[in-house]
Design a protein around this ligand. Sequence first.
Ligand SMILES: N[C@@H](CCC(=O)N[C@@H](CS)C(=O)NCC(=O)O)C(=O)O
Length: 371
Amino acid sequence: MPLSTDQASSDLALYGSNISYFTGKLENYFRLKDIPYTLCSMQFPRDARRIKAQVGVSQMPAVQLADGRWMTDSTKIIQWFEAQPTLTSIMPPDPLQAFVCLLLEDYADEWLWRPAMHYRWHYAEGAHFASRHLADELTRSIRLPGAVKRWQLRWRQRQGYTIGDGITRDNIAGIEKIYSRTLQQLQTIFSQRPFIMGQRPSLADIGFAGPFFRHFGLDPVPLEIMRQHAPAVLEWIARLWNTRIENCSAAWPTTQPDHLGPLLDEIGQHYLPYLCANADAVTKGQKRFNTQIGGIAYQKARYSRYRVGCLHELRLHYEALPNEVKAAAETLLKNHHCWEPLWQNTDLPLLPDQDQGLPFSGSTKMIGVNE
Ligand SMILES: N[C@@H](CCC(=O)N[C@@H](CS)C(=O)NCC(=O)O)C(=O)O
């Protein structure tokens, strides 16, 4: 049932939708950290306009702090909260493990987005469920018949994120394989340990909560696949939602977890090459680009300035590692095909001061559609 909470009853107001990818990611974070929040359904167009005026971009989630300040971008919001000294951290103290968490978070945020949007909006079952829910939840003040609102939403999301972002009839099977490989990789991980890094939840789990909590674990088609093939992943979704970091007494792993190899291979062979192709497109000023990655031909994928920033951030995270850890990080990245694409593009086409004000002010949306 859509939420109807418009008034924040706790100090922190989280504006978004209760079926949204990044809202769900942030909810998992706040619950894990026991940070009280009130979820407010972001009303279109009123709240979306207000949020754009406050933070520069209209996207969900947006957070309003008790002192009135607004924030955007789940990644930078989490980094801001993690920097508050009083809270138990979800970052492993080992710098290489922390770097791996940042890489996994980025991968889950950006690369699992396309298959998640595909399963929601391609299949009638998912598209009818989600368009009804979103129309009822977010567009209460728009005076149009429900059927029209639902149709508009399906059209908007498909143009923006599925057929409008590189998915064609010919590559659907390849897009769906991204999901089935991820399920296999995570099923193996969660069959042996409760969380991605081991016995404690970390930023990596929060990153994967984005695609898994509100999309793959909710939309009818991917949920049924998960039930049949990856029940340990289903368990992990609920476990994470039901865990409070303060109650976690288990230690962080003392060695670099070697069970993450298949996920890192996927990042090196799919996600990072995509980031390079995207950066090339931005350099050339191509708003749509074709590319071939991991045997999949993407046609007219949308360029993303934000994701040029993601590649830049990954490099900065590597550069920030202590010198004595850099060699181990390089070996790990080389072993999993990540090193070469991380550095392949020499000059990244960033805007001046791109997204430097985050989380309080952003300059780019993840994908600049519907602006
Ligand atoms: N990098 C942002 C991405 C947020 C984002 O793209 N959220 C989606 C909904 S889950 C959105 O608001 N898209 C904008 C649109 O569809 O216009 C974050 O981490 O918060």
